[in-house]
Design a binder for this molecule. Structure first.
Ligand SMILES: NC(=O)c1ccc[n+]([C@@H]2O[C@H](COP(=O)([O-])OP(=O)(O)OC[C@H]3O[C@@H](n4cnc5c(N)ncnc54)[C@H](OP(=O)(O)O)[C@@H]3O)[C@@H](O)[C@H]2O)c1
Length: 331
């Protein structure tokens, strides 16, 4: 089957204003394991295979290489710009310079607009790329509604200027959303959040759905190749959850594919990462091939272990002792 027909089989979701977005995308964070060239070379294959939604970020330090691939697929006529849906994100150290950061991402990605632009984290707290889990920056500070709102105003200005079509938030909590949503002139079209069978964030998921804000799920497979700094002994392996394994066996799928079927059928947009052709092809097909039964969906829903993998402890501020504080939770 040609890539155009695979792409056409991917269901579409709608943002609050009716704009369509593919029900599955591809991540581009190499997790300190895959270099920029490896990620971008794979992306060329992934777009040929039928991916149209591409999740980028300045901090992944590969937007320049990805831009060369986007230029190539567009000039080769594999896709048109209108068919692509490209995300990028402002990094934490650029919250006071959002337009400059967005313009840099546009230049690197060789695009004249982004479809969705995220505030990557709700804090201006910065850590060096590739740092270890115990790293702390003495300049880090807790969430501030006023500072976040100022960053959001700059994002709204990007929409006004036509640099981005929609704006979005990431790594939010209900408490933070309650504080900032009333301040938004332009509401977030999506919230990127960690979502996988062992970490379903049902309350935040429902909160977004009720407000017509699309949940985009990162680490949808449970990020088995995540950096060492994001691993703890208590972490659950999604591929080993009994209901995931049973459904995978019943459908002849890898458990990773089962996690993605669950995600798409639940209603979030998963953005799995892979540089391996058989994996990213199977992942794309998860959006439409051989869906899970209602019974399998219910069994996976019961596997939630509240197991957050990306705890964000490197963003803690002086005086904060536990990563739960980042998420407005009791330790
Ligand atoms: N907004 C945020 O703060 C945030 C945070 C984290 C991630 N993200 C985004 O979300 C994307 C996805 O997250 P992620 O990369 O951490 O985790 P993930 O997609 O859950 O896991 C990716 C890993 O799963 C394995 N995999 C993928 N497809 C597979 C298949 N069909 N069969 C078997 N194994 C498979 C691969 O492992 P191998 O490498 O061993 O092949 C791959 O490296 C990122 O790339 C990024 O774009 C955003």
């Amino acid at each position: 089957m040609s890539n155009a027909s695979l792409a056409a089989r991917v269901p579409l979701r709608r943002l609050y204003d009716g704009t369509t977005i593919p029900a599955i995308g591809i991540g581009t964070f190499g997790s300190d394991k895959y270099g920029a060239e490896e990620v971008s070379n794979a992306l060329y294959g992934a777009i040929r295979t039928g991916y149209r939604l591409i999740d980028c970020a300045a901090v992944y330090m590969n937007e320049h290489q990805i831009g060369e691939v986007l230029h190539r697929v567009l000039t080769e006529g594999i896709v048109s710009r209108e068919e692509l849906f490209v995300n990028s994100k402002v990094w934490n150290d650029q919250h006071r310079a959002v337009e400059a950061s967005c313009r840099q991402s546009l230049a690197d990605l060789q695009l004249d607009y982004l479809d969705l632009y995220f505030v990557h984290w709700p804090f201006p707290n910065y850590h060096a790329p590739g740092c270890d889990g115990d790293s702390r920056n003495p300049d880090s500070k807790p969430f501030s509604t006023e500072e976040f709102t100022d960053t959001w105003r700059q994002c709204e200005a990007l929409v006004d200027a036509g640099l981005v079509r929609h704006i979005a938030m990431s790594n939010m909590t209900i408490r933070k959303l309650e504080a900032v949503l009333p301040q938004c002139r332009i509401k977030p079209a999506a919230i990127e959040m960690e979502l996988h069978p062992s970490f379903q964030q049902q309350a935040l998921f429902d909160y977004c759905m009720e407000r017509d804000i699309l949940p985009i799920g990162f680490c949808p497979i449970g990020s088995p190749s995540r950096p060492e700094r994001d691993r703890t002994a208590e972490d659950v392996v999604d591929a080993e959850l009994p209901a995931v394994r049973q459904a995978a066996e019943a459908h002849g799928d890898h458990p990773a594919v089962t996690c993605l079927k669950w995600a798409v059928q639940r209603g979030q947009i998963p953005i799995p990462f892979s540089v391996k052709e058989p994996q990213y092809t199977a992942n794309l097909r998860a959006a439409f091939d051989d869906p899970l039964t209602e019974k399998e969906m219910t069994a996976i829903a019961a596997e939630d272990r509240n197991c957050r993998l990306i705890k964000g402890q490197v963003f803690l501020w002086p005086g904060a002792t536990d990563w739960h504080e980042l998420w407005d939770e009791e330790a």
